[in-house]
Design a protein around this ligand. Structure first.
Ligand SMILES: CCCCCCCCCCCCCC(=O)CC(=O)SCCNC(=O)CCNC(=O)[C@H](O)C(C)(C)COP(=O)(O)OP(=O)(O)OC[C@H]1O[C@@H](n2cnc3c(N)ncnc32)[C@H](O)[C@@H]1OP(=O)(O)O
Ligand SMILES: NC(=O)C1=CN([C@@H]2O[C@H](COP(=O)(O)OP(=O)(O)OC[C@H]3O[C@@H](n4cnc5c(N)ncnc54)[C@H](O)[C@@H]3O)[C@@H](O)[C@H]2O)C=CC1
Length: 313
């Protein structure tokens, strides 16, 4: 049953992508980590020309490898009875993805830039300021931020009407939702193009205001924080907390598994940012155990250890 549901999701995403059209043809994704590689993949499999940018050539090499493997998983399902078509689909999608270590150069040919770099306002400001000076007039900028304000991120650019949030979910090729965030100055035309592009890459889009955590993370962050505090107090084991939420509430992953999957460094960036902004909100108070794990380099699945241990990829 589970397999059938997953297959349905992937197949539906893919066929939607092929059927929909978008005004956006050339997309630059900045940040080649967990999210950027997924965004590059779904864009390429929907027929877009993608430039994937990261400061690190090693990250780009790793991303290309994982995109190839994940396209293979999609092809296996969509082209179950036509393996040769599946191979062609993988090869053609991969051929649409170029890589670069130069964000400014990559933005010059983009209709849409999606930023998926570290969750830090200063670093995002520096990047967008640089891109705003070189990108064509018509280029739309979007951030995949989990928790930062779109209005605050776009405060450094001139093109505030051509700026919005495109918030994907992890793993991008599997999760069907896209939160489309309208900033205070996002124009109707930009909003419409972002919605159409989201559909073209196979996602179901919802519209969000620029409020902390938009919809999903406003609900998810307190839930994960409370799970960590429960564990930190010794009220239940990590395994029992995760089992409880999977079997008792029907979640596909428990909260601590999910925190490891998202990355504990990303979790910490989010929590610290919200705590600084809302110091009186007890839900966002720092969690000593989270700080300890991050300081020890135990960042979750990507580091081989977080709340649990994982085989390193
Ligand atoms: C810790 C401190 C807390 C501080 C507070 C901060 C809290 C922060 C929370 C939010 C942080 C920011 C996150 C964010 O902004 C938004 C998010 O993304 S939230 C995360 C949303 N994602 C989920 O909730 C994931 C839930 N999990 C699942 O849906 C499943 O477990 C999952 C699909 C990941 C894996 O399924 P599973 O059955 O367990 O494993 P399989 O490996 O068998 O996969 C199933 C199926 O799917 C295919 N597949 C998996 N990954 C990919 C991929 N990348 N590409 C293509 N296909 C993929 C796989 O092949 C399987 O297919 P089969 O046909 O069934 O073999
Ligand atoms: N991890 C998750 O589950 C989700 C994360 N997000 C958001 O997506 C963004 C990225 O998160 P992840 O992919 O998890 O992070 P990640 O750490 O996996 O990847 C970030 C990448 O950005 C690169 N980078 C940093 N500064 C750069 C710059 N100036 N130019 C080019 N590349 C740069 C890094 O080398 C790294 O490879 C964050 O804003 C995060 O909040 C959104 C949804 C889910």
């Amino acid at each position: 049953m589970k397999k059938m549901v997953q297959f349905g999701v992937i197949a539906r995403n893919f066929s939607n992508s092929s059927a929909m059209q978008s005004a956006i043809k050339n997309i630059t994704v900045i940040g080649g980590g967990l999210m950027g590689s997924g965004i590059a993949q779904v864009s390429a499999q929907a027929g877009q020309n993608v430039t994937l940018v990261d400061l690190s050539p090693e990250v780009l090499a790793k991303s290309q490898k994982s995109i190839g493997a994940n396209l293979g998983r999609v092809a296996k399902k969509v082209y179950k009875d036509k393996p040769q078509d599946g191979e062609k689909f993988v090869a053609e999608s991969m051929a649409r993805i170029k890589t670069s270590t130069d964000p400014a150069a990559a933005a010059k040919s983009a209709d849409l830039v999606v930023e998926a770099i570290v969750e830090n306002m200063g670093v995002k400001h520096k990047l967008f300021k640089q891109l705003d000076a070189v990108a064509p007039e018509h280029t739309i900028f979007a951030s995949n931020t989990s928790s930062l304000s779109i209005n605050e991120i776009c405060s450094v650019v001139k093109r505030k009407d051509r700026f919005g949030g495109l918030h994907f979910f992890n793993p991008v090729p599997v999760m069907r939702l896209l939160e489309v965030v309208r900033g205070a100055e996002t124009s109707d035309a930009t909003y419409k193009t972002m919605m159409e592009w989201g559909k073209a890459v196979g996602k179901t889009c919802i519209t969000c205001k620029d409020t902390p955590g938009f919809v999903v993370n406003r609900l998810l962050v307190p839930y994960i924080c409370e799970a960590i505090r429960l564990y930190e107090r010794g009220d239940a084991s990590a395994r029992d907390i995760d089992t409880a939420m999977k079997l008792g509430a029907g979640y596909p992953m428990g909260p601590l598994e999910l925190a490891d999957y998202v990355g504990l460094d990303t979790n910490k960036f989010i929590l610290d940012g919200w705590h600084n902004k809302y110091p009186d909100q007890p839900l966002f108070k720092p969690i000593p155990l989270l700080n300890k794990l991050v300081s020890e380099g135990k960042l979750g699945v990507k580091a081989g250890e977080g709340f649990y241990k994982y085989e390193k990829k």
